[in-house]
Design a binder for this molecule. Structure first.
Ligand code: ADP
Ligand code: MG
Length: 698
């Protein structure tokens, strides 16, 4: 007879109320269904019997068959151990136990044939296995692949270690019938992707007979997990589009047209044009726009932002442009004002340091609708900042703004203003699909023409004298230079030492009055930082010695050399961001990565990648494969996805395939009412019932 999958596990043989409670607490397993979905994280091949004489040929775990003798207790105190000799037809090895030997000893019977499993180690030319698993040959039932299940210390103490769990699950599989579980993946998709059915998949994930068995099962579950996630995103986006109203910007506006035809000093790149078309399309639908704009450093996002804001203006709306720092805000303000020159557009800059005497009239003008574009920092979020008719919010460098802050901007009008979030940290497409799958994503994947590529060079510390000579040459040509050290953090006095030592060395090699050197780091007061920064921006100083505080967005076109000290300590995306600070003018630029000789394999790969390519998206892909999504997006964010089978760095290609498949299903049947999608629909309902908004999908 087969039982309901919703039966509480307490009813299973060998579980009972106490263990059931513990399973719930430790692994959130409450029902048969939960247990069925508790998957092994790896398998051990037990079908193969190795030979004692061949251990040097095997990597990792082995399985041996033979006899024991010479059982001995050796040593004393902490090195007390139980040891015996194990012999097969080919040679002998030692089996050793450091703990639990009191109850192991009586079970060891010389002359009996055992199957032994464990990881051999070579010590003084002699092989041994510590704490082997062993069973008399006649009893050992699990030939084939043994699943290894996740467990916890508390569960193990109650006998629910991997073997215990394996037994319980095998009891479960006898009581339910896997063939009756309806498949939530539509057959069309299964066929197309060549995936096995759900019943076989469950059987093979828990009790595989062959490697192919669990490989196919894993393939199916990985795909399924990513597919469900993508479908959820797509459905959510659908809900948002249907329910969230947005302002309609249907006009183009005279000022925009004037700007476009008379003021724009160059042609837009094809990528810029495409993105603007995408945004325009959003504006005409009456739906709320929530768009992420990804574009490498220097790809011309500011101009896209400006044109977008001019569209808002042409339709009678105000815009806000938020940037993470005062310097960036000021730069945006200056850039935009100079782009617009004498066009009748009113721009204003508001930051934390805007004086009250200026702030009051500015806020009044804003509330009256006399300002079209307000640019600034977090200061724009304040309640006192009231717009007459805010229609668009552009956020530069999204990583610095949280969801709550974005929400605050959206509340500044009765209908939420459109949102355009710009980021220069390219996120691999697959990650973007997964994390921002419910946003619209636009990509500027082309740099404006005529940029000279930045030459990237990796040098070892011993070449510092040559480096200094090169820096002098560049300064003689009138250029400016960044020298960046790892971040200063209060706990890391070492960093501070390397920065101040570096500053000293540079001040000595580049002495006053011939050379001027700025220094900027996180321990400086904001005013001092701004002052030093400004001296460099204004071309007064030749060299800027800094920590990564300069990472984001500053624009000094005359800076042509970026020297990164201890480059091995930076992540790839950070290195790429730093490199983006140079190559902004017409001169050839250089990025020099300084490291010592002792580089880890990963650090070497990072340096090689930087030297090989300047393509931010390629770099992001390498970064993802080196670090995993948790490090790229923050563990909290990636943890929120709760992926069990899929690994976003390993399964990058599956993400795209799963998204396409999910899109196809959505396009055919957006509300999942087709009888063929019934199981899928129910499955998603249970999966996501606790998440908000799901109810609106129906
Ligand atoms: P980012 O995407 O890093 O914010 P910016 O918007 O600061 O890039 O643009 C970098 C530089 O490229 C600016 O000096 C800008 O004026 C220039 N630029 C932008 N678009 C074009 C274009 N289509 N052709 C030539 N130069 C452009
Ligand atoms: Mg920018």
């Amino acid at each position: 007879m087969s039982e309901s999958l919703f039966t509480p596990i307490a009813y299973l043989k060998g579980i009972g109320p106490q263990k059931a409670e513990l399973l719930k607490k430790e692994l959130q397993i409450e029902t048969y269904w939960d247990l069925l979905n508790h998957f092994p994280f790896r398998y051990i091949n037990r079908s193969q019997i190795h030979q004692c004489a061949q251990l040097h040929l095997v990597d990792g775990y082995v399985q041996l068959e033979g006899y024991i003798d010479q059982v001995q207790e050796l040593g004393g105190g902490r090195s007390k151990r139980l040891q015996c000799r194990f012999t097969d037809d080919t040679a002998s090895i030692q089996l050793i136990w450091f703990q639990g030997w009191k109850w192991i000893k009586p079970a060891l019977m010389p002359g009996k044939k055992y199957r032994v499993f464990g990881k051999p180690r070579l010590n003084n030319n002699f092989w041994s296995i510590a704490h082997p698993e062993m069973a008399p040959t006649d009893e050992s039932s699990s030939i084939g692949y043994q699943p290894i299940y996740p467990s916890t210390e508390k569960l193990s103490a109650k006998g629910l270690h991997t073997r215990g769990i394996e037994k319980v699950i095998s009891g479960l599989l006898e009581r339910i019938s896997l063939e009756n579980i309806p498949d939530r993946l539509p057959e069309s998709i299964r066929r197309e992707m060549q995936l096995i059915g759900i019943g076989t998949a469950y059987a093979n994930i828990h009790q595989p007979h062959t490697e192919q068995g669990f490989t196919q099962a894993k393939k199916r579950f990985v795909f399924e997990e990513l597919f469900m996630l993508q479908l959820e995103m797509i459905l959510r986006k659908g809900v948002r589009k249907r329910t969230e109203k947005g302002f309609v910007f249907s006009k183009s506006g005279e000022i925009l047209s004037n700007f476009y035809h008379n003021k724009l000093p160059f042609d837009l790149t094809e990528a810029q044009k495409r993105v603007i078309r995408e945004i325009r399309k959003d504006f005409q639908t009456g739906q709320h726009m929530n768009r992420l704009l990804q574009g490498d450093v220097g790809s011309g996002k500011t101009l896209v932002a400006l044109i977008t804001m001019l569209i808002a203006q042409g339709n009678g709306f105000q815009s806000a442009l938020l940037a993470p720092t005062e310097i960036l805000s000021a730069q945006h303000y200056e850039t935009i004002v100079s782009f617009l020159s004498d066009l009748p557009i009113r721009c204003a800059l508001l930051t934390g340091s805007t004086k009250r005497s200026k702030r009051t009239p500015l806020l009044e003008a804003l509330a009256k609708g006399e300002i079209d574009i307000l640019i600034g920092t977090h200061a724009l979020l304040e309640d006192e900042v009231v717009f007459k008719n805010l229609g668009l919010v552009v956020i530069d460098e999204q990583h610095r703004f949280g969801v709550a802050q974005r929400a605050k901007m959206r509340k500044k009008n009765t209908i939420a203003p459109h949102v355009l979030v710009m980021t220069a940290t390219p996120i691999p497409r697959t990650l973007a699909m997964t994390f921002y799958g419910d946003l619209d994503v636009s990509v500027i994947d082309e740099l404006p023409p005529g940029r000279k590529p930045i030459q990237t060079i990796h040098r070892f510390d011993t070449h510092r004298l040559q480096l200094f000579a090169f820096m002098r040459e560049q300064i003689a040509l009138g250029r400016q230079i960044y020298v960046v050290y790892p971040l200063i953090d209060d706990s890391e006095t070492l960093d501070f030492k390397s920065l101040s030592d570096g500053f000293e060395a540079i001040s000595r090699s580049f002495p006053l009055p011939e050379y001027q050197v700025s220094i900027v780091h996180g321990k400086l007061k904001p005013e001092v930082k701004e002052y030093e920064m400004k001296r460099f921006v204004d071309g007064i100083t030749n060299i800027m010695v800094a920590t990564t505080v300069i990472e984001v967005g500053v624009n000094v076109p005359n800076a042509t050399v970026m020297v990164i000290e201890s480059a091995q300590r930076f992540g790839l995306s950070q290195l790429h961001q730093l490199r983006g600070r140079v190559g902004r003018g017409g001169e050839k630029s250089y990025c020099i990565l300084m490291t010592n000789y002792e580089l880890s394999k990963e650090a070497k790969k990072r340096m090689e990648t930087m030297v090989e390519t300047t393509d931010g998206f390629k770099i992001a892909e390498v970064d993802l494969s080196l670090r995993g999504p948790g490090d790229i997006l923050g563990t909290q964010q990636s943890g929120a996805l709760n992926l069990k089978m899929a690994d976003l760095s390993r399964d990058q290609h599956v993400v795209s395939i799963a998204r396409e498949a999910a899109l196809r299903i959505y396009e055919q049947d957006p509300s999942l009412t087709d009888p063929l999608h019934l199981t899928l629909r129910n499955y998603m309902l249970t999966l996501f019932k606790n998440k908000p908004q799901w109810d609106k999908i129906a």
